[in-house]
Design a protein around this ligand. Structure first.
Ligand code: UDP
Ligand code: MN
Length: 401
């Protein structure tokens, strides 16, 4: 620890000690008087002579001489004491005084190009960021590209491959640049297993339960999608709405393309023929962005107005809650219908959104890319443990060699 030690000056012998406190009394005027031989010391005679010579030369009075003498004396004594190693501070070797450490926020580092990061130094004492490359930083644009929000609606239900399908879709959505809102709808009550899975995907999501009674519902997924539509409408969510079934296969390019849709966009979807031995296409034939025809294979569905798969279109959410902007004929809520025959679900829904092909955008222009696949591979006969948990470990355990 620091200690302060002071050597005693030979000039101060007249110390008085009271209650252990050392008091140093100031020297009297007589102390350095030239007539007081008791306190005379060699320096004094020197000063006397210097002062005497000075006063003689300028013819000053004795009072002036005394004052000058004292000034010079005190100055000289002070000067000598200052030169002398009069005191010292003992510093403990173990104590190292280091300046506080400063770190650059990782986000700032991530946002800056490498050459700009090297252009920064941090002054550890003042903690101010010094920029050696100010022009480059001023011109640097942060990644604030405004992107349209994608609202992905997925109906799902408990079955053997549910966890596999939801995880797979969740991982794809995680790779889509934000903002992406994933609305996952189950029949009420929504399961805790699905909730936990959604939490772990890292995607922004809403987990809803469809309250339609189980018994009177024919096409549950239709009502589950309607629950999501109601939610979007009530909360006036803004974005491009896309119905993504949990079991389909999606490319990242699909979600990128969707962001270019302004009102209603459609594209061809690859699917397996019912025989499962060939791939067929369903969706628009385009001239640029203009829809001029349809790919279709199933004769049973040839009376549909629009030949689009549920995963082959997306639309602006404002169509749902802002009918004036889109000049919708009625302000009735846009919903999927459970009264239509199989295969007509998509067309009856799209007919509420757009009048005809002239209001559709072929996406991407030319519609010549397959960006997602609807393969109907879901197996309904596979058993799976309830709650996706095995009740106990496997019986056979093979020890490691
Ligand atoms: N689905 C659902 N509840 C059901 C049946 C289906 O939530 O009772 C969901 C399913 O998880 C999928 C979508 O609805 O996301 C379409 O179902 P499916 O794959 O069976 O239909 P398909 O592909 O044959 O049209
Ligand atoms: Mn399916």
């Amino acid at each position: 620890m620091a200690s302060f030690r002071r050597t005693l000056s030979p000039a101060f012998h007249d110390r008085h000690h009271h209650n252990g406190v050392v008091s140093i009394s100031s020297p009297s005027h007589k102390l350095f008087s030239p007539n007081n031989s008791k306190y005379t010391f060699p320096l004094q005679s020197l000063f006397t002579r210097v002062a005497g010579a000075f006063s003689r030369r300028y013819g000053r009075k004795s009072q002036f001489r005394k004052t000058l003498f004292r000034c010079l004396l005190f100055f000289f004594v002070g000067f000598l004491l200052g030169m002398f190693p009069f005191s010292h501070v003992a510093v403990d070797e173990d104590i190292k005084i280091t300046p506080p450490r400063a770190t650059i926020n990782n986000n700032i580092k991530a946002q800056l190009p490498p050459e700009d990061v090297t252009g920064f130094t941090i002054d550890p004492l003042s903690l101010t960021v010094e920029n050696h490359n100010s022009e480059a930083v001023t011109n640097f644009r942060f990644d604030f590209v405004p992107r349209k929000q994608l609202i992905v609606v997925t109906p799902t239900y408990n079955r053997a491959f549910q966890a596999y399908f939801l995880n797979r879709l969740g991982q794809v959505l995680r790779l889509v640049p934000p903002p992406v809102l994933w609305i996952v709808v189950e029949m009420y009550p929504a399961s805790t297993e699905t909730a936990e899975l959604l939490r772990k995907t890292g995607v922004m999501y809403r987990h809803l339960g469809c309250t339609k009674s189980y018994t009177d519902v024919k096409d549950r997924e239709v009502h589950q999608r309607n629950t999501a539509l109601e939610h979007i409408e009530n909360h006036r969510l803004n974005g491009i709405v896309y119905f993504a079934d949990d079991d389909n296969i999606y490319s990242l390019e699909l979600f990128e393309t969707m962001r270019h849709i302004s009102g209603f966009g459609t594209w061809p979807v690859a699917m397996l023929a019912p025989s499962k031995n060939k791939v067929i296409l369903e969706g628009p034939v385009c001239n640029g962005s203009q829809v001029i025809g349809w790919h279709t294979n199933e004769t049973s569905k040839k009376f549909r107005r629009f030949h689009v798969d549920m995963s082959g279109y997306a639309f602006n959410s404002t169509t749902l809650w802002d009918p004036k902007t889109w000049r919708r004929p009625t302000s009735n809520p846009i919903r999927q219908l459970d009264t239509v025959k199989e295969g007509f679900q998509e067309t009856t829904f799209i007919e509420q959104l757009v009048e005809d092909e002239s209001h559709m955008e072929g996406s991407p222009p030319g519609c010549s890319k397959v960006m997602n696949w609807h393969l109907h591979l879901d197996s309904h006969n596979v058993v799976y443990p309830k709650g996706w948990l095995l009740p106990k470990n496997l019986d056979a355990v093979i020890p490691a060699k």
